[in-house]
Design a protein around this ligand. Structure first.
Ligand SMILES: N[C@@H](CCC(=O)N[C@@H](CS)C(=O)NCC(=O)O)C(=O)O
Length: 216
């Protein structure tokens, strides 16, 4: 059985949930309450010394870092593929995925928010401005590329989902949660709509996980 340590709101866990769903892999998820600081306790630190989610227990391994986990799933469970068959296509998909997962997501995680508040004394309004700025930057840059590049199709790369869509969705849903209107990014908004129409993406949504606030 595949097990994941995650959290309902975690963008990184969201990416992995989508991939597991697309590949038809059954899994259970134990929620590590990031708001309560459970990730920093001794019990979870023994599981993941980085004190972050996700951690994926699979094939007798304990894997961390969502992009590494996604690549492992792709190599060991290649169908259906989340990377294109051609090297230039794979380079493009990885490049897009890293915009959101490696450049922008790390700027808004709880430990960064805590440092802004506790060490730098940034108030809540300042912290929210920071978070919205970096969400918007990721969407602005993504929109510029997706709108201009001919490889963009119904999804970020062609007409089937790839790792780029997983990373885009994880940031776009977070941005929406912070009141950013995706309509300002029409290609992004169109791809988000296409992803949301799929059951494998929808079932992985943060607000559909145990512990999430009830939708209103
Ligand atoms: N680059 C890592 C990011 C992991 C990460 O920062 N996860 C967040 C939740 S999305 C977390 O657990 N944060 C805990 C904290 O910052 O205290 C990945 O993609 O897996």
């Amino acid at each position: 059985m595949i097990r994941m340590y995650g959290f309902w709101r975690s963008a990184a866990a969201f990416r992995v949930r989508i991939a597991l769903n697309i590949k038809g892999l059954a899994f259970t998820e134990e929620m590590i309450d990031l708001d309560a600081g459970v990730q920093n306790g001794a019990a979870y630190r023994a599981i993941n010394p980085q004190e972050v989610v996700p951690t994926l227990l699979i094939d007798g391994l304990s894997l961390t870092e969502s992009l590494a986990i996604l690549e492992y799933l792709e190599e060991t469970r290649p169908a259906p593929p989340l990377l294109p068959a051609d090297a230039p296509g794979r380079a493009r998909v990885r490049s897009l995925a890293q915009i959101w997962a490696a450049d922008h997501h790390p700027l808004i995680v709880p430990r960064i928010r805590r440092y802004l508040a506790d060490t730098l004394g940034v108030d809540e309004a300042g912290r929210n401005a920071w978070i919205r700025h970096w969400f918007a930057e990721g969407l602005r840059i993504g929109e510029a590329r997706l709108a201009a590049e001919p490889e963009t199709g119904a999804f970020c790369h062609g007409d089937t989902p790839s790792l780029a869509d997983l990373a885009l969705m994880s940031q776009a849903m977070g941005a929406r949660g912070f009141g950013i209107d995706l309509a300002a990014y029409p290609t992004v908004a169109r791809i988000v709509t296409a992803c949301l129409a799929r059951e494998d993406f929808a079932r992985a949504l943060p607000l559909r996980q145990p512990g999430a606030p009830a939708a209103h």
